[in-house]
Design a binder for this molecule. Sequence first.
Ligand SMILES: Cc1ncc(COP(=O)(O)O)c(C=O)c1O
Length: 345
Amino acid sequence: MGDATAARAALKQLARVGRTRLAATPTPLVAVPGLAAQLQTAATVHVKADAWTGFGLGGNKVRKLEYELAPKRLEGATDLVTPGGPHSNHCRVAAAAAARLGLECTLVVDGVPENAGRGNAALHRLFGARIVTVEGRSQREAAMEAEARRIATAGGRALVVPLGASTPRGALGYVHALVELHHQLNGAAAWVFVSSSSGGTMAGLVLGCALLGWRPQLVAVSADDPADRIKSVAADLAVKAAKLLCEDAGSGPESAWHADLVERTREAAEAVIATDAFVGPGYGRPTPASDDATLLFARRAGFVLDPFYTAKAAAAMVEWIRDGKLDGVPHVVFLHTGGHPALFR
Ligand SMILES: Cc1ncc(COP(=O)(O)O)c(C=O)c1O
């Protein structure tokens, strides 16, 4: 299949899956020659600007929630319940989406924000979410179930969206980003750096590669978990998303197309490079390299990074370019997944 034909077929398949449009897409692919010059690379360095998906101040959660909040799944729903940290980007966009769709929103948040009047914590409240605080991450599941029961007892129905909307369905949102990127780069060879945590973003990109038969080198830069976990979670989600895509399009597990797509998805997932070398002292804690990347992106490209996710993924890209690991690569892409409100936490 030619590139354009593969892209068309992939989009046709995806178009059969229910989706509620929220994101301003396609997001632009922005060349940043000033940053490339500073890094002394001959590669064209680009930013795929998913910080500008727009809705609820943008970022990667918007694409994922479009599928999690598909019209069929909303039928009869009165409430949206979802978990996250006290300054969660996902909770911000989920609360905004609930407001847009006329749902009550309950956020199950592990911990009290240092400053509830700033950053994402302020936005959770601005969008009208009810906040249920639990002590630790391990208590989130039980609290969400309790919230869903409470809502049912009151005669409503809760749509429970798992952490980061990183479900097989949510991952479908990132197939679109990969299809856009393929078109924007004309299918050229590229390395793509992506901040990874709950895995849905990377899973969608992987499935997109399998659908298009395009193999950019995807690099998953962990914000928290060990590299092998980051890679295996994304692989598992990608395979499940491939199966879901086939089933929603009416092609059962017995079809050759289905089996072939699952196989190609496994191969694409295996090819992902995952690194946890940039986490530093922990989730959200800056490192000299992430601080340096934040300044470079601001001063050489006019982009704002966040300390939890994108600054660490950018640090990986900067270091690997400087170390000559990407010599000879024609295009280097930083997928900017957003998170900038956390700068004002
Ligand atoms: C700004 C930002 N970038 C990247 C990620 C990681 O995406 P994923 O959870 O899909 O791996 C997140 C997740 O919360 C995020 O908020």
